[in-house]
Design a protein around this ligand. Structure first.
Ligand code: GLN
Ligand code: ZN
Length: 754
C-alpha cells in the first residue's frame, strides 16, 4: 500500500516563497537568490513527505506563480504581447503580473478561480493557430532535482482536457477542442522526456471530470488517454473537488495504470470503481481532506478501507483527496490555539502523518501504535461533541416560515422607506469601505502588538471615522457609510467576535501568486455573544442627520471564506451565521440605523461544480440571507452587495433574496449586465456600479452620466441608485474624492434633466 501525495503547499511554513517573490519583484534580491530559496523549499517539502512514508514524491506542485502558468510556459503558450525571445522566469512573471524586473511591461493575463476553490490560476490564452512545443524546462529540471536527491519521483501535471477547459480563446472565435491533437503531441513529448529521466509514474490531473461534460468533452477524455497511454509510462489519472461517479463508465474504460478518486467528496465512488478496476490497475483513495483543516477520523476510515485493502493489496494507495495546496502548512507553528481546538486540527504536515497512521491502522490494527491512534480519534470525537450549543440548536429548531419573510412585500416597504428617508431620485451611496491609509494600518498593527492602548486605538479610529463622514457630507452623498476603518477584513472582523469561530497565527493558504489568505475556522456552533458593529454605527450616525448605512457581512460569505466544520451540513452552519447577523440587524434597527447593508460578495462562489446541484445550494443560501435580513421592519431598508458580473443563471435566486437594494459591479461591462435584470423584470432597487474601483483612473462626470443613461434604458429610474462597483479600501483619498465628486455631480445632472 503506497502513500500517494498529490502535492504539497509551496508557499512555505513561514510564507518564505511569498516574501522572496515580493523582494525579487522589488529588485531587493537577485534571481539566483530567489531560485535558491525556492530550491530549499522544494527540498524541505520533499523531505517532509518522504519522512511521512510517501515513496513517489510529487514534482510539478511547486510553481513560482501558478502551476497552470508553468504548464503554459512548458508548452510555449505565452500571449503574443509577452513574447520576446526565449521564455525565462521573468516572462512568467510578466504574464502573471504585467511586469517583472526585466522585459517590457504589457497587460497581465486574466486570473480566475480554479474550479470551486479559492486558488486562482492564470488563464492560458490560445489562438486558432496555437502551436505547442516544449519551451520551458522547469518541470524536467525539478524532476531531475528530486532524482538527484535520491528520491523516486512522480510528476503531477494538469491533464490536457482540463488544461484546454481552463484556457480561453483569443482572436477569431474557434472551438478549443480543435487544438487537442496538437496539444496531445506536446504532452507525449513531455512524457517521453520524463521517461528518459527514468521516471515510472506520471499523474495527470483531470478535475474537469467532476463537472457534467457534454459528448465532445467526454470524447476528448477518451481520445487523450488513448493517445497518452501509448507512451510507455504508468499514468495515474486523478480527479478531485467532486464526485466523478457520473463518469464511471467513461473513466473505467480508459487504459490508465491508476485512478485517483476524491473520496471525501463522494465515498461511494470507492465501491463503484473498485468493482470495475482492470487487473493490475491501481486505485488511489483520496480519503484525507485536502481542502480543510480538520483531523481525520482515521479509525472510521480504516474500517471502511480494510475490505478494499484486502481485496486490492498493493493496488490500493492512500492519499489526500487532492493536492494539499489548499491547506495551511504546519499546525505545530501555532502557539495560541486552545488545546481543545488544536486537537481538532490537521494542516498539511499533519495530514501526511495521518496518511502514515492510516496505513499503520490497516497493516497492523492491533499494534500498540494503532490503538493509540484509535484512542486519539475517540477523544477528538468527544471534543467535537463539545461544539454543540443547545441554545443555538433550540433556536434553529424553532424557526418557522415567518422568520424568513419580511413583514410586507417590496412595494409596501418601498413606500414606507421613501416616506421615512425622502431620498432624491437616483440616490448616491458607496459600498462601505473608504481608503485604509498607511496611518490606519500602522495604528492597528501597533495596537495588536500592545504598543497602543485600546482607548487610544478607539479614539484614533473615531477621528478617522469622523473625517470619513465629513468628507462624504462635503461631497454631498445621500446615504453615508462609516468607512470600515476598524476592519482589516470583512470576514475576520465578524469571525473574531462570534463564538464558535477561531483564528490561527500562521494558517496561511495561497490564494494567488504571492497572495495568501488566513481563513477563520468555524469549529463549533456559532452565536453572537454581543453586538459587533453597534458602537461604530451609532457613533457615525451621531455625527450627521443624513442616514448612515450599517455594514454587515452576510452569512453565506462568512461561510465560504472560512474553513467550515464538517460534522454538520454547511446549510446548518449558514443558518447559525444568519441568526447571528439577524441579531445584529435587530440591534442596529433598534438604535435607529434604518439602512443596513448585508454584503454577499461570495454568494456565487458557493455554486457547486455540477449544475444539477445548483438549485439545492441556491435554496439554502437564499434562505440564509433572508433569515439574516427578515427581522427588518418595513421601513428599514436592507441593501446587499455582490461584486462580480454574472447574474444570467442566478437571477431568480437574486430576486428571491428580496433585498430592498442590491449594488453590483457593472462599470466594466457597460451596463450590459443589467439586461438580465430587465428581462426578469427585477422588481427591487438596483445600484449598478459606475466607478471601476479596481483602476486608479478617475471616471469623469460625463462617463458616469453615460453609464447611468444606459442603465435607465433598462431599469425604471425610480429603482436606480448611483454608486461605485465595490468598496474603496484599496484606493487613495486623492483618487476617491474627485471620483465621488464626479459621481455626485453625475447624479445631480441626471436629476436636472428630468
Ligand atoms: N463593504 C465591503 C467594502 O466596502 C464590501 C467588500 C466586498 O464586496 N468585497 O469593503
Ligand atoms: Zn464588492
Amino acid at each position: 500500500m503506497k502513500l500517494n501525495s498529490l502535492g504539497f503547499p509551496r508557499i512555505g511554513c513561514e510564507r518564505e516563497l511569498k516574501f522572496a517573490l515580493e523582494k525579487y519583484w522589488r529588485e531587493e534580491i537577485t534571481q539566483p537568490q530567489l531560485l535558491a530559496i525556492a530550491e530549499e523549499l522544494r527540498r524541505t517539502h520533499w523531505q517532509w513527505q518522504a519522512e511521512a512514508g510517501v515513496e513517489l514524491l510529487p514534482v510539478g506542485d511547486f510553481a513560482y506563480y501558478d502551476q497552470v502558468l508553468t504548464l503554459s510556459a512548458t508548452f510555449g503558450v505565452i500571449p503574443e504581447r509577452h513574447q520576446a525571445g526565449d521564455i525565462d522566469l521573468d516572462t512568467l512573471f510578466r504574464v502573471a503580473r504585467g511586469r517583472a524586473p526585466s522585459g517590457t511591461p504589457a497587460a497581465a493575463a486574466e486570473m480566475t478561480k480554479f474550479f470551486n476553490t479559492n486558488y486562482h490560476y492564470i488563464v492560458p490564452e490560445l489562438n486558432e493557430q496555437q502551436q505547442f512545443s516544449l519551451s520551458w524546462p522547469q518541470l524536467l529540471d525539478e524532476a531531475a532535482e528530486a532524482l538527484a536527491l535520491g528520491y523516486q519521483v512522480k510528476p503531477v501535471i494538469l491533464g490536457p482536457v482540463s488544461y484546454l477547459h481552463l484556457a480561453k480563446t483569443v482572436g477569431t472565435k474557434f472551438d478549443k477542442l480543435q487544438l487537442l491533437p496538437d496539444l496531445l503531441a506536446a504532452y507525449q513529448q513531455l512524457l517521453e522526456r520524463f521517461k528518459a529521466l527514468g521516471i515510472e509514474w506520471v499523474q495527470l490531473d483531470e478535475p474537469v471530470l467532476a463537472l457534467e461534460l457534454d459528448d465532445a468533452w467526454q470524447l476528448a477524455i477518451r481520445q487523450s488517454y488513448q493517445v497518452l497511454s501509448q507512451v510507455n509510462l504508468k499514468l495515474l489519472l486523478a480527479s478531485y473537488y467532486g464526485s466523478v461517479a457520473h463518469h464511471h463508465a467513461l473513466i473505467s474504460q480508459l487504459s490508465v495504470a491508476g485512478i485517483h478518486l476524491d473520496l471525501v467528496a463522494d465515498s461511494h465512488q470507492l465501491a463503484l470503481f473498485a468493482d470495475t478496476l482492470a487487473p493490475g490497475q491501481v486505485l488511489s483513495a483520496g480519503v484525507i481532506n485536502g481542502r480543510n483543516v480538520w483531523a481525520a477520523e482515521l479509525d472510521l476510515l480504516a474500517e471502511t478501507l480494510s475490505p478494499y485493502a484486502e481485496l486490492l493489496g498493493e493496488r490500493l494507495w492512500l492519499a489526500p483527496s487532492c493536492s494539499l495546496l489548499h491547506t495551511p502548512v504546519d499546525l505545530d507553528s501555532e502557539q495560541q490555539l486552545t488545546p481543545s481546538l488544536k486537537a481538532l486540527l490537521a494542516f498539511a504536515k499533519q495530514k501526511l502523518r495521518e496518511l502514515n497512521e492510516l496505513q499503520q491502522l490497516l497493516i497492523a490494527p492491533l499494534a500498540a501504535a494503532s490503538q493509540l491512534v484509535c484512542q486519539r480519534c475517540q477523544r477528538v470525537r468527544a471534543e467535537r461533541q463539545q461544539a454543540r450549543d443547545v441554545v443555538v440548536a433550540q433556536r434553529l429548531a424553532q424557526l418557522s416560515e415567518a422568520d424568513y419573510q419580511r413583514q410586507h412585500a417590496f412595494a409596501v416597504r418601498q413606500q414606507a422607506q421613501q416616506r421615512k428617508y425622502q431620498l432624491p431620485l437616483l440616490p448616491t451611496t458607496t459600498i462601505g469601505s473608504f481608503p485604509q491609509t498607511q496611518a490606519v494600518r500602522h495604528l492597528r498593527s501597533r495596537w495588536r502588538k500592545g504598543e497602543v492602548s485600546a482607548d487610544d486605538y478607539q479614539t484614533q479610529l473615531e477621528l478617522v471615522t469622523k473625517d470619513t463622514i465629513e468628507r462624504q457630507l462635503k461631497l454631498g452623498i445621500d446615504v453615508l457609510v462609516h468607512g470600515e476603518a476598524e476592519r482589516t477584513d470583512m470576514v475576520e472582523y465578524f469571525g473574531e467576535q462570534l463564538s464558535g469561530v477561531g483564528f490561527t497565527q500562521f494558517g496561511w493558504v495561497q490564494s494567488y501568486g504571492s497572495r495568501c489568505v488566513k481563513p477563520p475556522l468555524i469549529y463549533a456552533d456559532v452565536s453572537r455573544p454581543q453586538p459587533m458593529t453597534l458602537e461604530w454605527a451609532s457613533y457615525a450616525q451621531s455625527l450627521t442627520e443624513k442616514p448612515v448605512k450599517g455594514m454587515l457581512t452576510g452569512p453565506v460569505t462568512i461561510l465560504h471564506w472560512s474553513f467550515c466544520r464538517e460534522d454538520i451540513s454547511r446549510e446548518t452552519v449558514a443558518q447559525q451565521l444568519a441568526l447571528a447577523i439577524r441579531d445584529e440587524v435587530a440591534d442596529l434597527q433598534r438604535v435607529g440605523i434604518g439602512i443596513i447593508q448585508i454584503d454577499e460578495p461570495a454568494f456565487r462562489e458557493g455554486l457547486p461544480l455540477k449544475r444539477s446541484e445548483w438549485q439545492h445550494y441556491l435554496d439554502w443560501a437564499v434562505a440564509a440571507f433572508r433569515l439574516s435580513a427578515s427581522v427588518a421592519d418595513d421601513d428599514t431598508q436592507i441593501h446587499t452587495h455582490m461584486c462580480y458580473s454574472e447574474f444570467n443563471d442566478t437571477i431568480e435566486a437574486i430576486a428571491a433574496m428580496d433585498a430592498d437594494v442590491i449594488t453590483i459591479e457593472t462599470s466594466r461591462s457597460h451596463m450590459a449586465l443589467l439586461d438580465v435584470f430587465e428581462a426578469f423584470d427585477y422588481p427591487n432597487e438596483i445600484g449598478p456600479g459606475v466607478y471601476d474601483i479596481h483602476s486608479p483612473n478617475i471616471p469623469t462626470e460625463a462617463e458616469m452620466v453615460a453609464l447611468m443613461e444606459k442603465a435607465a434604458e433598462r431599469i425604471p429610474l425610480r429603482q436606480l441608485w448611483v454608486n461605485p462597483d465595490c468598496g474603496l479600501k484599496t484606493r487613495q483619498w486623492h483618487e476617491v474624492e474627485p471620483a465621488l465628486k464626479n459621481m455626485v455631480n453625475a447624479a445631480r445632472e441626471l436629476r436636472r434633466r428630468l
